[in-house]
Design a protein around this ligand. Structure first.
Ligand code: HEM
Length: 471
C-alpha cells in the first residue's frame, strides 16, 4: 500500500502554466490514479470512471470539501452548499432541494426566455463581431438575479446588485489567473475593492431578506415564487414538527450568494462554448433552427418558446450535452480525504490528501467515446442501452453512460442547479439559433479553452448576424 506513483518534484508551475496539458500528460505517464505534489500539497489525480464513482458516490463519506487544495472558499459564498460539509450541508441541501424541482425551475424559465429574446432582438440583431462570452456573462447574471429575487431586482437596485457581483467575479477571475491564493483579509488594493463589493451586496441581500420576511408576516400573496421565496418558506421535513424551522438570515444569505457564484459563470461558459462549436459546424445551427421552426409551427401563430418546450428540442439538448462533454466548465472536481481510504488495491489515499477528479479526461477517453474530441451531437440521439429512450435521456443519471459523463458532478453533491442550467442553456441556444447565424470571423482560428477554476475562455469573438429568412 502507498501513495500512487506520479511525476517527481513539485509540479505546481506546470499545472498553472497549462492545466489541461498537465492532466493529459499525467494520465498518459502514470495512469488513472496519479500521485503528485502541487504547491507542497499531496494530490491524487483521478481519471477513470471506476475511481471517480468511488470518490464521488460509493465512498463519498470518506471525502469532504473542507481542506481541498485549489478550491478556495470566499467571503462572498460564505458557508453555502458549495463548501459546507456534514450535517450543516445535509440540512441546507434538504431545505434547498424543493426550490430546484422541475415545477419550480419551470417558473424561472420566463426570465430565461425574456433575456434570450432581448439578446437576439437587440444586441445581436445587427451583423457584426461580438465577444459572446461577455454577452453571456451579462445574460446569465441577469437570469440568476431575476430567478433569485424576482421583480425586486429592477432599476437602480438591479444596477447596484449586478455591479457588485461583477466586481466580485472580476476579482475571482484575477485571483485564479495569478495561480496564487492571497487571503481575502490581506491589505491589498484588490482585496479592498472586493471586500467593498461584498459589503454592498450584503446590504442589498439582507435588505431583501428582511423585506420578504415582513411581506410574509403581513400575509401578502404572490403569484410566481422566486428562489428567495422558496428558500424562505422551506422547512426541514426531517425535523420534528414542533421544531421544524427554516434558514437563518445568515444561512439564507450564504445560499443566495452561493447560487449566484455557482450558477452564473458556469452557464455563461457553457453557452459560449456551445456557440463557438456551432460556429465551426454551421449545419448544427441550421438543424437547431429547423427544430425550433417545426415546434413553433405546431403552436398557434405568433407563439414563442416556453418552459414546456425544453423537452421538445432533442437536437438542441444534444448540442448542449455534447458541449458539456468536450468542454465541461467544471473540468475538475475536488475533494479532501477525511480518513484513510483504499480506493482499490494499491490505490491508497491518506487522510488530508486532495483528490482531483477530472471529468475533462474521462469524458474524452477513447475507451468510452468514439471520436472523443469531435463535436457530434447525434451521438446523444441513439437508442440508450439503459432505457427505452435516447442516450440523452440517461445522460445525466448517476455518473452518465459507463460512469463516463458527469459534467454536473455525481453522488450526493451533484449540482443542485442541473435542471436550471439545462433549461437555461437549451432555451437560450434554441432562441439564438432560431434568430441568428454564428460564424468564426474571417481569418480567425477557433477559440481555445483556458483552464483556471473553470474551463473558461478569455473571450470568444464570433461573427453574429440575423439568420436569413426562408422563402
Ligand atoms: C453549466 C452550468 C453548470 C455546471 C457545469 C455546474 C457544475 C457543477 C458541478 C460539477 C458541481 C459539483 C461540484 C463538486 O462535486 O465538488 C456543482 C455543484 C453545485 N452547483 Fe452547479 N453547475 C452549473 C450550474 C449551476 C446553476 C445554474 C446553479 C444554481 C442556480 C448551480 C448551483 C450549484 C450548487 C449550489 C452546487 C453545490 C451542491 C452541493 O454540494 O450540494 N450550478 N455544479
Amino acid at each position: 500500500m502507498g501513495f500512487p506513483s506520479g511525476p517527481a518534484g513539485d509540479r505546481a508551475l506546470e499545472l498553472a502554466y497549462d492545466p489541461l496539458r498537465f492532466l493529459e500528460r499525467a494520465r498518459a505517464a502514470h495512469g488513472d490514479a496519479c500521485g503528485v505534489t502541487l504547491a507542497r500539497e499531496s494530490v491524487v489525480l483521478v481519471s477513470s470512471p471506476d475511481l471517480a464513482r468511488k470518490v464521488l458516490r460509493d465512498e463519498n463519506a470518506s471525502f469532504q470539501k473542507d481542506g481541498t487544495a485549489f478550491f478556495p472558499g470566499s467571503s462572498l459564498a460564505g458557508n453555502g452548499l458549495l463548501v459546507s460539509d456534514g450535517e450543516t450541508w445535509a440540512r441546507q441541501r434538504r431545505l434547498s432541494n424543493p426550490a430546484f424541482r422541475k415545477a419550480a425551475v419551470e417558473t424561472y424559465a420566463r426570465c430565461m426566455i425574456d433575456v434570450g429574446n432581448r439578446l437576439v432582438s437587440q444586441e445581436w440583431s445587427k451583423r457584426g463581431v461580438r465577444d459572446v462570452y461577455a454577452d453571456f456573462n451579462d445574460a446569465t447574471l441577469e437570469i440568476v438575479a431575476r430567478a433569485l429575487f424576482g421583480a425586486d431586482v429592477v432599476g437602480e437596485r438591479a444596477n447596484r446588485i449586478n455591479g457588485a457581483i461583477k466586481d466580485s467575479f472580476e476579482f475571482f477571475g484575477r485571483r485564479a489567473a495569478t495561480g496564487m491564493i492571497i487571503p481575502e483579509w490581506a491589505p491589498t488594493f484588490d482585496n479592498f475593492r472586493y471586500n467593498e463589493a461584498v459589503k454592498r451586496l450584503d446590504e442589498e441581500v439582507y435588505g431583501l431578506i428582511s423585506k420578504r420576511r415582513r411581506d410574509i408576516a403581513a400575509g401578502e400573496e404572490k403569484g410566481d415564487l422566486d428562489l428567495l421565496d422558496r428558500l424562505l418558506l422551506a422547512t426541514d421535513e426531517e425535523e420534528p414538527e414542533s421544531k421544524a424551522s427554516g434558514m437563518s438570515d445568515k444561512a439564507l444569505r450564504d445560499e443566495l450568494m452561493t447560487l449566484m457564484v455557482a450558477g452564473q459563470e458556469t452557464s455563461a461558459i457553457l453557452l459560449s462554448w456551445a456557440c463557438a462549436l456551432i460556429s465551426e459546424q454551421p449545419e448544427a445551427g441550421d438543424k437547431i433552427a429547423n427544430e425550433v421552426r417545426e415546434l413553433l409551427q405546431s403552436k398557434p401563430p405568433g407563439s414563442n418558446l416556453d418552459a414546456g418546450d425544453y423537452s421538445k428540442l432533442p437536437y438542441t439538448e444534444a448540442c448542449i450535452l455534447e458541449t458539456l462533454r468536450i468542454r465541461p466548465p467544471a473540468y475538475m472536481v475536488g475533494r479532501c480525504a477525511s480518513r484513510d481510504v483504499e480506493l482499490r488495491p494499491h490505490v491508497f489515499i491518506t487522510k488530508g490528501t486532495t483528490v482531483l477528479v477530472a471529468p475533462y479526461l474521462i469524458q474524452r477517453d477513447p475507451k468510452y467515446w468514439n471520436e472523443p474530441t469531435s463535436f457530434k451531437p447525434e451521438r446523444w440521439l441513439v437508442q440508450s442501452p439503459y432505457s427505452d429512450g435516447t442516450l440523452a435521456r440517461d445522460a445525466l443519471k448517476n455518473l452518465g453512460p459507463n460512469d463516463a459523463y458527469f459534467p454536473f458532478g455525481g453522488g450526493p453533491r451533484v449540482c443542485i442547479g442541473t435542471g436550471f442550467a439545462m433549461m437555461e442553456s437549451v432555451l437560450l441556444l434554441a432562441l439564438i439559433c432560431q434568430a441568428c447565424e454564428l460564424r468564426l470571423p474571417p481569418n480567425s482560428s477557433p477559440p481555445k479553452p483556458k483552464a483556471l477554476i473553470t474551463l473558461r475562455p478569455d473571450a470568444i469573438s464570433l461573427l453574429v448576424g440575423p439568420r436569413p429568412r426562408r422563402t
